[in-house]
Design a protein around this ligand. Sequence first.
Ligand SMILES: Nc1ncnc2c1ncn2[C@@H]1O[C@H](COP(=O)(O)OP(=O)(O)OP(=O)(O)O)[C@@H](O)[C@H]1O
Ligand SMILES: [Mg+2]
Length: 518
Amino acid sequence: MLARVRSAAVLGVDAYPVDVEVDLSSGLPTLATVGLPQSAVKEGRERVHAAIVNAGFEFPLKRITVNLAPADRPKVGSGFDLAIAIGILVASGQVSGAALDDLLVLGEIGLEGDLRPIRGALPVALCARALGVGRLLLPAANGAEGALVEGLEVKAAATLADVCRFLAGQADLPVARAQPSLVDSEAVEDATDFADVRSQAAAKRALEIAAAGGHNVLMIGPPGAGKTMLARRLPTILPSMSLEEALEASKIHSVAGTLPAGRALLGARPFRAPHHTVSDAGMIGGGSWPRPGEVSLSHAGVLFLDELPEFRRNVLEALRQPLEDGVVTLSRAAMTFSFPARFMLVAAMNPCLCGHLGDALRECRCDRAAIERYRARISGPLLDRIDIHLQVPAVGPGELSGAGAPAEPSAVIRARVEAARRIQRDRFPAQPGIYSNAHMTARDVRRYCRTAEPAEALLRQAIAKLGFSARAYSRVLKLARTIADLAGVAEIDPAHVSEAIQYRSLDRPRLPAVARAW
Ligand SMILES: Nc1ncnc2c1ncn2[C@@H]1O[C@H](COP(=O)(O)OP(=O)(O)OP(=O)(O)O)[C@@H](O)[C@H]1O
Ligand SMILES: [Mg+2]
């Protein structure tokens, strides 16, 4: 009396197949789950018991053994409930198991037999397709998520009783459908727009470049200069996601359970703005069974760190590795997890503790040592990974109140960003994971960022004078590439290089020079 139900478990952002085997034998009535079940899986037996009885079936008074194969990998979560319940019903002869061969099953069960949504339906659907399984059975709330994967029939069930009627061939289950026009259908929700920001032409230009190439930005300016205001408007000019990018990002949110209600696929690039008290586990991902952190939740989108120096030092230093590699790998005793983490870092800070260093409108009252202490909160290596160091000066009251010409709306800026991003998509067709200039590898930089002699000379001069690191050098080249793409030209010329160099003001070695620059 053995039943076998196909299911899957999520590891990191990918799923792997799990066979749920249920055996009934005579002996004292017990239910034992083997195959390294963690607590939520073990607790499932109470839910399964109640659900089977409440769905009008009999819970067999036998010795029941549930094996989750492969037995050597720990299993977490409540997604095996449905497979275990079906296994018990089939093994006890109450339901036919004929339909099970070509079916992968996942779902949590409530005490009344209702099916509850699970995390990671999207990676599970991708896994089912890779296995060649034709049909996937999911809770109704996950149907649309699973249906994103083509070449797979997704059945969405509301209750255990419905599933049993389906297995018995008495009633069919509805086939889930993906929502039409998934990518880019989500308008950025509120009415924020770059047109609200008066003057600040230089800052807007820099953010346009950053959005076009996916470059990291640090905004420095006095209190009230509009740094937070500018950053919050960034989502209105970000380029739309390609389907691959949307799938990559949605997989992470599917696993973390943070997909917006009623959506299967992220429609817009994520914009995450964690508070500065965030822990390193919250930022990078963590826990004994790791969950993706903010760096992964902002994959393909923006991670906005407002008041950068207030973040804990270990949290900021932990960003260095994902900023370079685009992935975080967390090792635990049981296994290793990898989460994609290729995000655009946007940070904001004041130039000093009082906030007015270099401010034309007010005097700074910090002494030199205090300024150095404040600046030292952001380490050199972190700064080195930021392509654009942007000074945001305070806007004078005249400019704020003056009627003036209306500022450019976000839609106009976004159209230019999209055009530049299209050039980049055509540039890296065969390189998975590389969608914009900021993602280029060292080899790509050599290939796509070639400069002619006058621009080359300018770069050499800058390296000598400003003491660029090798990383800063290649970041300047990437930035110059994006500036040229925005201009729609193939060749990087000296004007593009000099604009890119000008965005690296914090690389200037000694403090007095920096203070002057501010
Ligand atoms: N260029 C501008 N155009 C219109 N309003 C502005 C501009 N700059 C600032 N403001 C107004 O000032 C407010 C404060 O700006 P914001 O919060 O962005 O400053 P901040 O640079 O982040 O300051 P802090 O360093 O204190 O965080 C904004 O909400 C907005 O109302
Ligand atoms: Mg602010």
